[in-house]
Design a protein around this ligand. Sequence first.
Ligand code: FES
Ligand SMILES: [Fe+2]
Length: 450
Amino acid sequence: MTTTRPGEWVDTAMGLADFTFTEYPMRITTDRYTSPEFAARERAAIWMRTWQVAGRSDDVAAVGDWMEYRIYDQSYVVVRGTDGVLRGFVNACRHRGNQLCAGGKGNAPRLVCPYHLWAFNLDGTLRSVSRPDLVGPIDKAELGLHTVPVDEFAGFVWINPDPDAAPLAEYLGPAMEMLAPYRLEEMTTVMNVREAVDCNWKVVIDAFTEGYHIEGIHPELLKVIVIDPTQNRFQSFGDHAVAVAPFEVAGVDGFGPEQQLDGIRALPDTFPGVAEVLPTFETMVDAHRDADGVLHLPDGVTPRTILQEATREVYTAKGLDVSGLTDSQMSDNQGWLLFPNFFMTVRAGEGHVILAVPHPDGDPNRCIWHVISYFWLPGELREPFRAELVEVDPPGSHQYFLALEQDYVQMPRQQAGLRNTRLDHIHLAREEIGIARFQSVVDRYVASVD
Ligand code: FES
Ligand SMILES: [Fe+2]
């Protein structure tokens, strides 16, 4: 990749209108959402073999910081070593298997098993055993913690339960270069909520992979997004994909510049980071009004290009280097799906991540969704705005921002329909090519196990 703004790769991706729709099945089975047998195959083929986000690097920034990552009944601990390197271990003592670290995160100079006090160094090697006279001769070099691959990218900690996994960089491929200019590693967690939801984990991913439900579920977004097959772009690579729908309602009856401006003013309901940019945006808009307040936009200037200019100006003034981002990345949200369960909408200065994992009880009709928002904030605002994890209890008691609340309410309703045994297939719309692609990757993984 030789461009200095790698996001151009997405700007020039295929439009929906250019696809032939022969590559992926548009008619898919429903047992994938409800069957315990299918879920068991996914567990072996997907969850025990793929890279997953365990948390943020700044949660394990200091030597001795650790965090637990659980998937189903499997538990891993990620630890920052004295050499600054992050390592992952199976969270089980090599003596008699007791769990070393329980729940959440912490800091310790070494990992000491509370049962019989065997102590492990932060690099996983066995440091000492208590009462060696009762233990007898052992080969310490043989009794280090079992390791799992761990890596860091974009401020996220990634883990793969498969000890033989290919490196993260190889797995993510071009996503690393594409996402780097957003500087996600500089962003602060400003919302962090986890909750059990009554739907399969793929119902969550599906819901964020298509824009076809905007009219039904998010009608207020119609002011800024029109699903136009010639403008919506979709690009798949490896097991992953990226899609983008521009924030611009053009060519729609009755939708002139003033209506487009109103749509942008309402954006913070869905993308809160836009609020920061609106005062500058309004000033730039007013510069195009005559003495009577009538708007005269020169050729090539639209509410969307003004939003782009305002966004670049505001973030640059605050200290975020946006020089590696394209103009469309100033206004439009790219939607990245990094298989299996990392979905992120991202634009300059803000990212919103949805992680969905199967419920630990194994019921395919349930999952845990974890929604996290990141803002780029100047240094002095980072600590005051940093959000700690909220585990919602009782379920349903948390109020999400508007668009997320709308999706949260919708998803269990789809699962309830999918549970009907007579419904053995569903039919995807062409706009839902992202779902077709995602489910074809699921099928490929699941077919790899007996
Ligand atoms: S099980 Fe850990 S020290 Fe015995
Ligand atoms: Fe939605």
